[in-house]
Design a protein around this ligand. Structure first.
Ligand code: ZN
Length: 374
């Protein structure tokens, strides 16, 4: 089975390269916004809406007269951007159809890209080569990699590369077509997984994944910076500086969390035939102010998302327990359900069969049992 996979690594750019990348991202954004307004125009006048190919042709004419600066960048950047625009419209029309069919979806008309959230990104196709310490891209040439070992070097068929900026740092992501073997479902066990706040994940066989220490300390730093920003005077240079530091800290936390989750989800989907998770109403819980930070940190959505796509690769089924299944209140030994189990109780003590067991482990086992009984 052939699947597409993306690999991302941070770039180590010099100032000239940073400027080059910024112009490419600018050209991509310009083409997207220009194409969007051309499409809107066509909608309002009832004319035939121009496709990505039509728009690209039009843009090439404009380059000669109004947009000579676009010659400075690879023609791929605006071209791929116009393709994305087409895709955005395809998705938009699909959502409109779904809504008409009675599904609850936000239709969301494609909107203009702004520079508010950074310089953005651009995609290049063509000759892309990955080396140990660098990546070679069309037009931009050799770019040094800050992180090694993240991009596939040989044997992989690279389809395209996307360069993006976030909080002052530049990244490259390459899309690769890879062949994966058919998964074997039979020999691997089933696992119930309880996602936690204090503990990242508890597996029904007793395995525990703690929140990494680096994440804990990054979170402490984040909280401190948040306080600093709120104390600084609005509009002051000091505040601007702190806001930048805060953005970097946010970014670091997000990365550490993602890394930690990737390790867990890869390990679980490779070694289990099915995983049962609690189907938490995350949006409801996020409104609860106290829990919000902690739950967001554990990244439940992200956890489920990763499990689901990796499950498809490695042949691991992901099942969600009913939201009302009492995984914490039920005794995993005798099946009795307690009327109450407060958040502070770290141990489950059964009054019927006198089982004493760790709260999270009990929940994980209950989830696993749900699969076996269904
Ligand atoms: Zn019991």
């Amino acid at each position: 089975m052939k699947i597409l996979r993306a690999y991302k690594a941070e770039l180590d750019l010099n100032n000239v390269q940073k400027t080059d990348c910024a112009s490419h991202a600018g050209a991509a954004r310009y083409a997207y916004n220009w194409g969007l307004s051309r499409k809107k125009e066509a909608f309002s006048t009832g004319a035939k809406t121009p496709s990505a190919i039509d728009l690209h042709r039009e843009l090439n004419v404009l380059k000669k007269t109004e947009l000579p600066w676009m010659y400075e960048v690879s023609k791929c950047a605006p071209q791929e951007s116009l393709r994305d625009l087409d895709k955005a419209f395809t998705n938009f029309f699909r959502r409109v159809k779904e809504k008409k069919a009675g599904k609850k979806v936000a239709v969301g008309f494609p909107h203009f890209k702004s520079k508010k959230n950074g310089l953005g990104s651009f995609r290049l196709t063509g000759a892309i080569h990955v080396f140990e310490k660098s990546i070679q891209l069309p037009r931009l040439g050799m770019l040094r990699l800050k992180e090694r070992g993240y991009l596939p070097m040989s044997g992989a068929h690279i389809l395209n590369a996307t360069v993006s900026e976030k909080a002052g740092r530049w990244f490259v992501s390459v899309q690769v077509e890879i062949e994966i073997s058919q998964p074997d479902r039979e020999q691997k066990p089933v696992a119930g997984v309880d996602l936690g706040i204090i503990r990242m994940a508890q597996v029904s066989d007793g395995m525990i994944f703690e929140n990494p220490r680096a994440l804990k300390s990054a979170l402490t730093k984040l909280k401190r910076l948040q306080r600093v920003v709120s104390r600084r005077q609005k509009g002051s240079a000091n505040r601007k500086k702190s806001v930048r530091q805060l953005a970097r800290a946010h970014y670091r936390v997000a990365n550490l969390r993602k890394d930690a989750l990737h390790k867990v989800t890869t390990m679980l989907t490779k070694t289990r035939s099915a995983i049962v998770l609690e189907n938490l109403n995350v949006s409801g819980m996020l409104r609860n102010h106290h829990l919000a930070q902690a739950i967001a940190d554990v990244g439940m959505y992200e956890f489920r998302r990763q499990l689901e796509y990796k499950g498809a690769w490695y042949g691991c089924e992901v099942l969600l327990a009913d939201r009302f299944y009492p995984s914490t209140k039920r005794c995993s030994q005798c099946g009795q359900v307690k009327p109450e189990m407060s958040l502070g109780e770290r141990e489950y003590r059964c009054d019927y069969c006198s089982l004493v067991i760790d709260r999270d482990l009990n929940a994980a086992i209950n989830l696993e049992q749900l699969f076996c009984s269904s």
